[in-house]
Design a protein around this ligand. Structure first.
Ligand code: FES
Length: 199
């Protein structure tokens, strides 16, 4: 068996044909940039990319600082004797709560309860109308009695109450993380009302 190719075999062997695409020659780029140049180019871009990433991160911290502006959920409001009888509006803006002091026809108790300032219709903030002795929502006209019970307009249920008690130092302490809904019978929970003698 001979490995010698005949002229015809040589003609039909694809490997023996002249390549259609010429072998690549050194390009202008290859000639211009040595491996050392390439190293520094890559290093430079890496440093630039890293600095942009760090700068973007710092800008993000500046634009969106990790600070919470949510008002606290629990707080002391002062001593019982310092509260006027009726609806106290001093804490409406800061804590979104009214403090009511007096007799509560809903629970038939005397003392304090904390009412949410969020209308139970669509969440607007009602106003306390002293002359009419009611809360009135400016958005769609819902009205609430001083107890928080709804009696006019589209509000489907009473205002919510928050947990209230005396702190160790004798101040009124409200905890908004615990709410009580009248329609669920939760106003009967003793934590929703601070009994206190007004005598
Ligand atoms: S949001 Fe208060 S009545 Fe609609």
């Amino acid at each position: 068996m001979s490995a010698t190719k005949t002229p015809n075999e040589s003609k039909s062997d694809p490997a023996s044909k002249t390549p259609v695409v010429p072998a690549p020659s050194a390009s202008f780029y290859d000639k211009r940039y040595t491996r050392r140049d390439t190293f520094w180019i890559v290093a430079g871009w890496s440093a630039f990319t890293a600095s942009v990433a760090v700068g973007t991160g710092l800008m993000g911290r500046f634009m969106f600082p990790n600070v919470s502006y949510e008002p606290p959920q629990s707080f002391k409001l002062g001593f019982p004797a310092d509260f006027p009888t009726g609806i106290d509006e001093r804490f409406k803006a800061k804590y979104n709560v009214w403090i009511a002091k007096g007799y509560d026809p809903s629970t038939k108790k005397t003392g304090f309860f904390a009412l949410s300032t969020v209308c139970t219709h669509l969440g607007c903030t009602p106003n306390w109308l002293l002359a009419e002795s009611k809360f009135k929502c400016p958005c769609h006209g819902s009205g609430f009695q001083p107890t928080g019970v709804n009696f006019e307009g589209p509000a489907p249920r009473p205002l919510e109450r928050f947990a209230i008690r005396l702190a160790d130092d004798g101040q009124i302490f409200v905890d908004k993380s615990r709410k009580f809904q009248q329609e669920k019978g939760e106003w009967a929970n003793p934590d929703s009302f601070l009994e206190y003698s007004l005598a």
